[in-house]
Design a binder for this molecule. Structure first.
Ligand code: LLP
Length: 452
């Protein structure tokens, strides 16, 4: 089937640039028929490092981090951007996050351990999780983390007790569930009434628990936190949720005489996975959030002194791509064409889990039109094992290098060893240089924890 040849345009300088727009990492370009990112030939890189391979455009990562900071700080000076490390975590990205002056959201002891191993400043760490174990709380408090986001009354008591044992007063936020159903996949909505997260706003529960937090010894209620979900395009849900949060702050001030000063509005801004997606820009997002916060503060007589925003996906998704090698081709007449790659649900579970969609190209034919509709299936023992379903690609052949875009968020961190598959290595590219920052797993790694 022939598709309109709209993906690629010749430029005067002889290079070609793909018109996949917002889906691509900033430095993606086509040179002599090959896809280049960060000035590095993806075909040569794949052959040198082996596939499947995650590749990150470091300039793109830094650009988005700076864009977030500027977009918020130009509107609300005391804003901290808190990178949600669950979206993508290794030592290399933590170094970039630190250098760009961001804070860090950790949602488990392992994420905190990684931050500590990199020397990430503890006071810039925000600790999350709906069931932090006593050991994780102990580790967080011992590390001197900046804020612990308390999720339940049980946890409030635990934090208070552990802080007492350390002879400190711990700064905390309470996570509030504002009762707002964001327009996104049901699996990644978190602010709706039926949620395992946080203190529900319903029946004055959150309001009453604020009192508990104010009375708890060894903790200081520094702020409130919300996170309404992920991959969100419709920003009105944020406006609704911010109204609920600032409304609660106003009521606490009036009825308890206590001014809560900080507000963390969570993450969740959506990204473009395919050409069909047009998410709000970081600038539009910042505008909406800061306007809603300042308007609501005026209305409820609240003075917020520090604002926090916790993006994960929108910082890293489009900076990352995954490279694969085509190993098998099957055409089922009248049904579909399967192109089998040397990875799949082990390095990208999002297609099976959320019916996610991605744009693929053949990296060694990047100047050719995408004329075939194919399903890029994985090599694993599940029929749901596909990375891309029914999307256009260049005529695929055995041995081709396929690049799937926008795989930088929640792919590496949700990867598995199903079928004994070693997890891919990670390469950062920048200014024509490729740097292996996480090596591919070996078979020995897979067996390393087994005891003979
Ligand atoms: N803050 C909190 C408390 C969170 O739970 C999350 C994500 C974030 C911030 C960052 O959200 P983001 O900006 O990345 O949307 N595995 C799913 C996404 C799960 C999101 C979990 N929480 C996926 O692959 O789509």
């Amino acid at each position: 089937m022939a598709l309109p040849v709209s993906d690629l345009t010749k430029q005067a300088d002889g290079l070609t640039t793909m018109e996949l727009g917002a889906v691509l990492p900033k430095t993606a370009e086509v040179r002599m028929g090959h896809l280049f990112i960060g000035g590095v030939d993806m075909v040569a890189l794949a052959r040198e490092q082996g596939t499947a391979l995650y590749v990150f455009d470091e300039a793109d990562l830094r650009f988005r981090m700076q864009s977030y900071r500027e977009a918020f700080r130009s509107r609300f000076a005391n804003t901290d951007i808190v990178f949600a490390s669950k979206a993508f975590l290794n030592k290399a990205v933590l170094k970039v996050v630190d250098e760009e002056g961001l804070c860090l959201d950790v949602s488990g002891g392992g994420e905190l351990a990684c931050a500590q191993a990199c020397g990430f400043p503890s006071e810039r760490v925000v600790v999350h999780g709906n069931n932090k174990t006593p050991q994780e709380l102990e580790e967080a408090i011992a590390a001197g983390v900046g804020r612990i986001v308390v999720d339940s009354r049980i946890e409030l008591a635990r934090v208070s007790e552990i802080a007492a044992a350390h002879g400190i007063t711990q700064d905390i936020y309470l996570r509030i569930t504002p009762g707002v159903a964001a327009d996104t996949h049901a699996y990644i909505q978190t602010g709706c009434e039926d949620s395992k997260f946080g203190f529900t706003i319903r029946d004055d529960w959150a309001f009453n628990c604020v009192k508990d937090a104010l009375e708890a010894p060894q903790v200081r209620l520094a702020g409130l936190h919300m996170h309404i979900g992920s991959q969100i395009f419709a920003l009105h849900s944020y406006e609704e949720a911010i109204r609920v949060m600032v409304g609660l702050m106003g009521r606490v001030k009036r009825e308890y005489g206590f001014a809560i000063e900080e507000l963390d509005i969570g993450g969740g801004l959506g990204v473009a996975y395919t050409q069909a997606d047009s998410p709000p820009s970081i600038d539009e997002f910042a505008h909406t959030i800061v306007s809603a916060v300042t308007d609501c503060c005026d209305e409820y007589g609240v003075d917020i002194t520090r604002l926090l925003c916790e993006p994960g996906r929108s910082l890293v998704a489009n900076a990352g791509v995954t490279l694969y090698t085509v190993g098998s081709l099957k055409t089922l007449p009248g049904i579909r064409k399967y192109v089998a790659i040397d990875g799949g649900m082990t390095d990208n579970i999002r297609t099976a889990l959320y019916q996610a969609s991605y744009e693929p190209v053949v990296a060694n034919k990047a100047d050719q039109p995408r004329t075939e509709i194919v399903t890029l299936c994985g090599k694993h023992c599940e029929s749901s094992d596909a990375v891309v379903t029914d999307m256009p690609i260049q005529q695929p052949d055995l041995g081709d290098i396929v690049c799937v875009f926008a795989t930088g968020a929640y792919n590496h961190t949700m990867a598995s060893n199903y079928n004994g598959q070693p997890r891919p290595g990670i390469v950062f590219v920048k200014d024509g240089q490729a740097r292996l920052v996480t090596r591919r797993e070996t078979y020995e790694d897979i067996m390393a924890r087994d005891i003979d």
